[in-house]
Design a protein around this ligand. Structure first.
Ligand SMILES: CC(C)(COP(=O)(O)OP(=O)(O)OC[C@H]1O[C@@H](n2cnc3c(N)ncnc32)[C@H](O)[C@@H]1OP(=O)(O)O)[C@@H](O)C(=O)NCCC(=O)NCCS
Length: 197
């Protein structure tokens, strides 16, 4: 495709899709790996949880939906749109989900999203997965990683701050949830920021 950019892109097109989606380490023996068809029931089950349903309005309804999502996830990598990982423990059991989407190779930007299964919460899974994902993304050439969450989602705010994503401000009325529009916090971690503790 013809490029009209007058500055070099942060990441050259084709750089990430040239190799298959990597499995990534995260602190405390977490492993971020591509989703496997065998994870479909667990993935679907996650969306029965009230908190995940509250904060994630985009959700699968059947196992077939999940397989369709997993196919789109593979396609997202191939077409350099996003990467989607299962967050697993050392025994490969799924603990949660983390994704890096909205890839912008020109400016080196990408957006993070996550959830953790109820039984795995409160042990630093989301924040550690976000640290591992961020470390890989900067290595891969991204410059700014951002995420947003409802101002009413205090746990997500805490995850972001613990993973080194500074709070930048509030986007008014930016997200729709089941109970209406919410203001959204915007957080970001920039390459060169002090590494998270
Ligand atoms: C938000 C979520 C991802 C956190 O996952 P987790 O692995 O438990 O997160 P961590 O253990 O890394 O950190 C959770 C932090 O939030 C805090 N927290 C949890 N519930 C909280 C609440 N109701 N109010 C304030 N803080 C809260 C915890 O105390 C912890 O902070 P601490 O380490 O300073 O004590 C998980 O609760 C979840 O999946 N929730 C539903 C879906 C969701 O909210 N997704 C994010 C959408 S933006």
């Amino acid at each position: 495709m013809t490029s009209y950019l007058s500055t070099p892109p942060a990441i050259a097109a084709g750089t990430l899709s040239a190799t298959s989606q990597p499995t990534l380490p995260a602190p405390g023996d977490l492993v971020l790996r591509p989703w496997d068809p065998a994870d479909a029931a667990t993935f679907l089950g996650a969306y029965q949880d009230a908190a995940i349903r509250r904060w994630h309005t985009n959700r699968p309804s059947t196992e077939q939906d999940v397989h369709d999502w997993f196919a789109r996830y593979r396609d997202d990598w191939t077409h350099e749109r996003a990467g989607h990982w299962a967050v697993t423990g050392p025994d490969d059991a799924v603990l949660g989900r983390i994704a890096l989407g909205r890839w912008d190779f020109a400016d080196g930007l990408a957006a993070c999203a996550y959830w953790v299964l109820p039984a795995a919460r409160g042990a630093g899974v989301a924040s550690r997965a976000l640290i591992g994902l961020g470390d890989w993304a900067f290595e891969a050439g991204f410059h700014r990683l951002y995420l947003d969450h409802s101002t009413r989602n205090d746990a997500s705010c805490r995850v972001a701050v613990k993973a080194g994503f500074a709070l930048e401000g509030t986007q008014r009325s930016a997200g729709i949830h089941a109970d209406g529009r919410h203001d959204m916090h915007l957080h970001a971690r920039i390459r060169g920021d002090q590494p998270p503790a």
